[in-house]
Design a protein around this ligand. Structure first.
Ligand code: ADP
Ligand code: TZD
Ligand code: MG
Length: 570
């Protein structure tokens, strides 16, 4: 008894951090352990947080980021000081760029030594290094501030436009003790972390007036619309107005790709011809030609629904900005929608239907061809067939030709099921996104990966096997970046900068970890391997032999390459 009164029960930074996460419903952590956070990972696991340990922090961060996108709660990534922190930063910066809520919690070394640059173990001024690449960066300098530090990080990650937040935890702060009561009182449960942001009524009215005056209206859905989880209202607005829609890649499935109003098969036609365009959670960045000619008509009027006021007029004038969260904005639009006033002209719909039909025929011919070896279309045709009655599967996709062709061939029918290279076109997200999606959903994932793209995060197939995740990784092995047939222009023996081993037996990698490997040389072989893999639920890798000459430089964005004279000078 005497002991208890004289020495109040104590807690420390490790415990407080875990308690703060749990108090806010953050129940999963993706990371790599080491000094000074090993015990944080252990303790998190001991106290009921699911800890997924990776080989590389970038993949842990990508898993956290996509978990954030899928759940609207910040995904938590745990990293060690300096190099571990920097490895995770690519994922945190990518999360910020894409608008995914994520918090990277990193241990750090001794402040006094860092600030005088006296050479500590893994010395780096991490918080300041993080600032330019994140939505917010904080450091907790006192153990009693851990609760408030996490609260600030959560709010910054999920409110407004979501993004990546850095939270620095010096080793000393983790180890320092505090009496239990003071510790408990210091924790903060964040209330309404992402409050609704209602649009101004006049902005909603203005948007509908622009649509009512239009003859050739178009709606573009972006991943902000998918993130908002306002699926039913978005669908109702599109169906009630009858306006054709075009999904950006990660918005595919918000309405099914085979929906009669989808304009995806006539993309360049609708961009060029639309006279009023409503952007719902999509930015007019490079992915939409900055909203400029020649892709777009200079006369088109733009309506934009976005939570970020400064997104308006970023690339071209926005006639009707609607600033608010998408769920609130769409519901406000629906509330005063008069469907008699908004009707796309039938000439527009008829022309669109003709273009669609023409392009769909072209695609069917590509898919039906049976080249030997497989090209991107014939391999994807096989995958499309297998996935056609499994809309609940996640599809992760990266590469160049592998990405661009799969985006067009693989139909999505449910929201937030397609996860890809996003705003940066970044390689290396594949295994992290697949793991994050499988962990938060418990659902199977098919990752369609270029052979180059896969290599960036390939070691995480051990992570997939270790956690028994239902992930099928399909590698489109064309022996290189874009193509496998490039030559060394010096005439020397080294391979070209873009060439990888086309004879590589990637399927053997997963066998080393107890997973199942297949080699697929033709579409029936690929379809069978994928069907078996999905039936078994086992971690599987399918190595597909793709014609090394089938791809094009940079896939569908070759126009972005600066011109070089190497071809002429060889
Ligand atoms: P895509 O790449 O699919 O075109 P972007 O990432 O460029 O999509 O754009 C997404 C947009 O959605 C961003 O400008 C972001 O501010 C916005 N956004 C994200 N979440 C919401 C939300 N809940 N409500 C409103 N806008 C949102
Ligand atoms: N590094 C990072 C992080 N992101 C990138 N986008 C690139 C490099 C450059 N890059 C691309 O833009 S696509 C790509 C690279 C290296 C790989 C393309 O090869 P692949 O796909 O095998 O993945 P295809 O099917 O052969 O085109
Ligand atoms: Mg390749």
């Amino acid at each position: 008894m005497a002991n208890e009164t004289n020495f109040p029960a104590i807690t420390n930074g490790f415990h407080l951090m875990v308690d703060a996460l749990k108090l806010n419903g953050l129940d999963t952590m993706y990371g790599v352990a080491g000094i000074p956070v090993t015990d944080l990972a252990r303790l998190a696991q001991a106290k009921g947080i699911r800890y997924i340990g990776f080989h590389h922090e970038q993949s842990a961060g990508n898993a956290a980021a996509i978990a954030g996108y899928l759940t609207q709660k910040p995904g938590i990534c745990l990293t060690v000081s300096a190099p571990g922190f920097l490895n995770g930063m690519v994922a945190l910066a990518n999360a910020t760029t894409n608008g995914f809520p994520m918090i990277q919690i990193s241990g750090s070394s001794e402040r006094e030594i860092i600030d005088l640059q006296q050479g500590d173990y893994e010395e780096l001024d991490q918080m300041n290094a993080a600032k330019p690449y994140t939505k917010a960066a904080y450091r907790v300098d006192r153990t009693e501030d851990i609760g408030i530090g996490l609260a600030r990080a959560i709010r910054a990650a999920v409110s407004g436009r979501p993004g990546g937040v850095y939270l620095d935890l010096p080793a000393k702060v983790l180890a320092a003790t505090l009496d239990n009561n003071t510790g408990a009182r210091s924790l903060v449960r964040v209330v309404d972390a992402a409050p609704r942001q209602l649009p101004a009524p006049e902005s909603v009215q203005r948007a509908l007036e622009v649509l009512a005056a239009a003859e050739r209206p178009l709606i573009i859905l972006g991943k902000g619309a998918a993130y908002a989880q306002a699926d039913a209202d978005i669908r109702a607005f599109i169906e009630k107005t009858g306006i054709p829609f075009l999904p950006m890649s990660m918005a595919k499935g918000l309405l099914p790709d085979d929906h009669p109003q989808s304009a995806a098969a006539a993309r360049s036609f609708v961009l060029a011809q639309a006279d009023a365009v409503m952007l719902i959670g999509a930015r007019l960045n490079w992915l939409l030609g900055h909203g400029k000619s020649p892709q777009w008509s200079p006369a088109a009027q733009f309506i934009q629904l976005d939570i970020a006021p400064t997104e308006m007029d970023s690339n071209r004038a926005i006639t009707a900005p609607v600033v608010g969260d998408i769920a609130s904005s769409i519901s406000a639009l629906l509330a005063i929608l008069d469907t008699k006033q908004i009707r796309p002209r039938s000439a527009w719909l008829n022309e669109l239907a003709q273009h669609k039909q023409h392009n769909i025929k072209g695609m069917a011919a590509h898919l039906a061809a049976k080249p030997d070896p497989m090209d991107f279309y014939s391999a994807l045709g096989a995958i499309k067939g297998v996935l056609s009655d499994k809309p609940e599967l996640f599809v992760v996709n990266e590469g160049a030709n592998t990405l661009d062709t799969a985006r067009n061939v693989i139909d999505m029918r449910l929201p937030r099921k397609r996860l890809d290279t996003g705003t940066w076109g970044v390689m290396g997200v594949g295994m992290g996104y697949a793991i994050g999606a499988a962990v938060v959903s418990g659902k199977p994932v098919v990752a369609i990966e270029g052979d180059s793209a896969f290599g960036f995060s390939g070691m995480e197939i051990e992570t997939i096997c270790r956690y028994h995740l239902p992930i099928v990784t399909v590698i489109f092995n064309n022996g290189g970046i874009y193509r496998g047939d490039d030559i060394n222009h010096s005439g020397g023996a080294d391979p070209s900068p873009t060439v990888l081993m086309k004879e590589a037996r990637y399927e053997k990698l997963i066998e080393a970890f107890g997973g199942v490997g297949y080699y697929a040389a033709d579409p029936p072989g690929l379809a069978k391997a994928l069907t078996d893999a999905l039936g078994s639920g086992q971690p599987t890798l399918i190595n597909c032999a793709i014609d090394p000459t089938a791809g094009t430089e940079s896939g569908h964005i070759g126009n972005l390459n600066p011109q070089s004279s190497i071809a002429q000078n060889k």
